[in-house]
Every structure is written in C-alpha cells, then in structure tokens.
Design a protein around this ligand. Structure first.
Ligand code: DQQ
Length: 516
C-alpha cells in the first residue's frame, strides 16, 4: 500500500480496525469493509457455486480516495470471507483509482470490466482472473476504449454493464450529455477488448421536473444496470409481459442523488422507456445498486448504504459505508419491481418473540411489544382502516427521547395506495446527522401491509409490500425498544414476529486480507 498521503488520512492505519470495531453504530450482520471506506458493490456474481462481492474500497481511511476493489466471498449470501484486494491502482490508466465495474464469464475466464481513473477522468479497462478469482492481471491494452464518443459534450463517463448477446458482447457505459441529461452509451465487441460504438441506448431529460424531485433523472447516470425482469435473455423476443429494466443512479455535478429505474423494452440498439420508478425511497442511502442472476435463476441486488454523518465523523470512526443485504428482485403484477432480503438471511435469526394479534386504536398509547434489540428482524402483517396511520418505533431509548419511526398511512378514501414514511427527526440527539424525511407510495389493497424491518445498529432496511426504504440512523443513547401504535384511525395487527439477529464477523479481520 502507498504511504499515507491524503489530508484526511489522520487516523493511523493500525488504529482503523480497532476504531471501526469499537463503534457501536457499526452493523454486525451487514457486510462492511474491514475498516476504511466502502462504496459501490462491484462484480456481484456467483461463480462455481460461490458468491463473490467486490466493492469500492479505500483501506487508507474512511474517505473516498485512490479506490481499490475489495473482495469477499460467501457460500450463502450471509457470511463472508475477506479475500485479498482484487484490483489496485497501478501506473497507467487506473493510476488514480479502480472505479466501478462488473464481472463476466468470458468462455470460462473470469473477466472484470471496470473504470480506470487517471488525471480526473475514467476510461474502460479490463482484467482477467485466476480460476479462484483471487489474482487479477490487467490487460496491457487498457484502456480498452480510448475516449468517450467523439462529438458529444459529456459530463462524465464511467461504470459498466456487460452482457453476452448472440455471438457478441455488449456494454453500456454510464454518462451524461450536457444540456440534455443522463445516458448510457452502447458498445459492441467480439472479444471484450476491441469495442465498436453504437450510440446512446436512451437519453434522459434533465429539464423534466424539478431537480429537487425524488425522481429527477439527473445530469448523469452512474452504475447503469440493464436486465430482463422476466423469462429469456436480453435482446431475445420476450415470451411474457415482464419488462426489461434499466437501473441507474441519478447524479448531478458531484452529488449522488438516488437510484431510479426505467421499465420498458430493449430491442435492437435502443431501450424504449415506458415508465420511470424510484428504486428505493431512501434515495442516496441505497445508491449505485448492481444486480446479477444467481445459479438458481434469482435476480439478486446489492446497494451501497451511504453514511448520513459528517465526513469528519466518518474519518474519526475509522470506517464508512455499508453494503445492503442482498435483495431478491421480482416483478409485481403492475410491472414494477418488488424487493425482499434473500431468505438465507433468516439463518441469523435467534430469539423469537411473537406479539399477539390485536386492534390498535388511534391516539392510543404505544403497545408494549416486549421486543427489543439493535440487531433485529421484524415481520408484521397489518390491516389499516381508511384514514389510519400506524407507527412502528425502533431503536427507542428507555425514556423515548430517541426513536426512529416507521410510519404507514392509508388514505381516508378510495385509493388502494398508501404511504410509507421514515421519520428520523428523533433518531439521534446528534444535531449533525442527516434526518431528512423519506417516503413513498405503497400498494395497499384493502389496507393490507406486509411490513419487514431489518435493523442493524445504524443500518435500517424497510420493505412495505415489497417497496423498499433504506436509510442510516445514529442513535446516541443505545436505545433498543420496539414500539407500535396507531396514531390515527384504527388498524388490526394480524401477526408480529420478531427475532434478534446474530453477527457475521469474527473480530480478526485484516485491512489487507491475505489469500487462502
Ligand atoms: N462511485 C464509483 C464510480 C461511480 C460512483 C467510484 C457511484 O465508478 O460512478 O468509487 O457511487
């Protein structure tokens, strides 16, 4: 590793691990880097039965700099083994960072396509792996695409989606066309090394809507991910009504905004968008998602759960960034995506508490659930009467001063759509942390809601009838109470199951893991 050079590298390297491990806010059953900085999931895949998770990593400290590819494997998407860093910057086109990319199987050869960063710009690079995916050799021809398309004024150009179509490879590179909007440039190749530019797959319109909107498509698209949600492979004639999906992370002038997806149809050299959707109501707290199809045919997605505390607080903590739990991604009847943590996660469930079914009446007192913990998995079945609002509180301190509220509400009249909201205004006494409200619509037929809430210290993942809301919280009082109340109207609690969750890491991780 290079010497400490960055002004933010104020925590000695040998203190990073101890600081990170001592932080009570650090998740225990989500994947986190050994210490230092983690951002995007990369090269997510299953290879000969083993799951691989690569990630944007800076082992020098908890700040984004000189990014490498961390690497971990798992037999089950639950427990992870750290492996040596897969890609590290070296003299040449990735001298300043190995930014995001994907893993593909090139006739049996594991191959990474990633963005090499050099002199403030990124260009596509390739590396091939040993059969165990632990040793990577960069292609001498890097960058494999020498420059962005000529004659287009772009804002940025990076991140990759690569797939096999017929006898050719196809690749998307995320970008933005100035004065127009985000885009993904389409290329084709027969060998992953020599690429022909085809054109923009589709172009967003940054002038549509208000830049403050939670579905504004941004001026640049990061981490584009194109897949067929139904049967068949990309580009083949569809045999069902399931859409093709183009996921992207809307970016604007250095600001990571939120993940969105278009549903539509990819055919020929274009993607015809039909509808735009928010991918996660937590916005930037589930950023840069990447998905893959595993050997059982499931589409599994990971996202980067950014921090909501200050840069200085992250540096001091010695670590930054959480990988979401892997999510099974399916298509709902209305053609939108639905998400749920992979069922394998249930292996971590320990103490089980059941709260009896009952009627909750508005403005009443909170129910004493008897559930408590800062590592919990909660499953509730609720039925809200028209006009009802139900609040589930987690990480509540004994006196209730700190509490994170998950609020479900149903409109008083007619519509089968309700709202999921995360109210973090009392999550933390720390005035510096992000407490912005997050919310979004939830289909709610007859007021029925299946609510899943996974709390892992500062990481919270919520799924209401399959619609996710992911965020970070920073309680200071160590609260573990779980509360439930109807605050408007009435609701029936049909079932409520809660489990504490075991941790997945031993205390002996290394900043720079050695091979097995
Ligand atoms: N992070 C990576 C980029 C990507 C961005 C760099 C998204 O490749 O565009 O660490 O978070």
């Amino acid at each position: 590793m290079t010497e400490l050079t960055h002004p933010l590298a104020t925590v000695p390297r040998d203190e990073l691990l101890t600081r990170a491990e001592a932080d009570p806010l650090r998740p225990r059953f989500h994947f986190v880097s050994p210490a230092g900085w983690l951002n995007d999931p990369n090269g997510v895949s299953q290879w000969n039965g083993t799951y691989h998770l690569f990630y944007q990593y800076n082992p020098e400290g908890a700040f984004h700099h000189r990014i490498q590819w961390g690497h971990a494997t798992s037999p089950d998407l639950v427990t992870w083994t750290d492996l040596p860093v897969a890609l590290e910057p070296s003299a040449g086109p990735d001298a300043d960072g190995c930014w995001s990319g994907v893993l593909v199987n090139d006739g049996g050869t594991p191959t990474l396509v990633y963005s090499g960063r050099f002199e403030g710009k990124e260009l596509p690079c390739v590396a091939v792996g040993s059969p165990d995916l632990q040793n990577w050799t960069k292609d001498p021809g890097n960058p494999v695409i020498a420059a962005p398309p000529a004659g287009v004024e772009i804002s940025a150009y990076r991140d990759h989606c690569v797939w096999r179509e017929g006898t050719k490879w196809r690749q998307l590179v995320g970008s933005g066309i100035r004065h127009r909007g985000g885009t993904a440039f389409l290329y084709e190749s027969s060998d992953l090394r020599s690429w022909d530019y085809i054109g923009p797959l589709c172009i967003g319109d940054a002038s549509q809507g208000d830049p403050a909107d939670t579905d504004w498509t941004g001026t640049m698209w990061e981490c584009v991910d194109l897949f067929r949600a139904g049967q068949g492979s990309l580009g083949s004639v569809p045999t069902d009504n399931a859409p093709d999906v183009l996921v992207f992370s809307a970016w604007d002038d250095g600001e990571t905004r939120h993940p969105l997806y278009w549903t539509g149809r990819y055919a020929g050299d274009a993607f015809e968008p039909e509808a735009l959707h928010r991918l996660d109501y937590g916005g930037r707290f589930f950023y840069a998602p990447q998905s893959f199809e595993d050997e059982s045919g499931r589409r599994v997605m990971f996202g980067w759960m950014q921090e909501g505390r200050s840069d200085a607080a992250m540096v001091e903590a010695g670590w930054s960034g959480v990988m979401s739990l892997p999510r099974v991604t399916t298509v709902a009847n209305d053609g939108t995506l639905e998400f749920a943590p992979v069922p394998e996660i249930e292996k971590l469930r320990r103490n089980h508490v059941t709260v009896p079914g009952q009627v909750l009446v508005g403005a009443g007192r909170s129910l004493e659930t008897g559930v408590s913990g800062n590592q919990v998995d909660l499953e509730l079945d609720l039925q809200l009467a028209p006009g009802a609002e139900v609040r589930l509180g987690v990480l509540a301190s004994p006196d209730g001063v700190e509490e994170t509220l998950i609020v479900l509400s149903r409109a008083a009249h007619g519509t089968p759509v309700g709202t999921l909201r995360l109210d973090r205004t009392r999550s933390s006494l720390d005035p510096a942390v992000d407490v912005e409200d997050k919310s979004g619509p939830v289909p709610m037929m007859d007021g029925r809601v299946r609510l899943r809430v996974v709390v892992d210290r500062s990481a919270v993942e919520i799924f209401a009838n399959g619609k996710p809301l992911t965020a970070r919280v920073y309680p200071t009082l160590g609260g573990e109470r779980v509360t439930l109340a109807a605050t408007e109207g009435s609701a029936r609690l049909l079932t409520f199951d809660a489990w504490t969750m075991a941790g997945i890491f031993e205390s002996t991780r290394s900043l720079l893991p050695q091979g097995k």
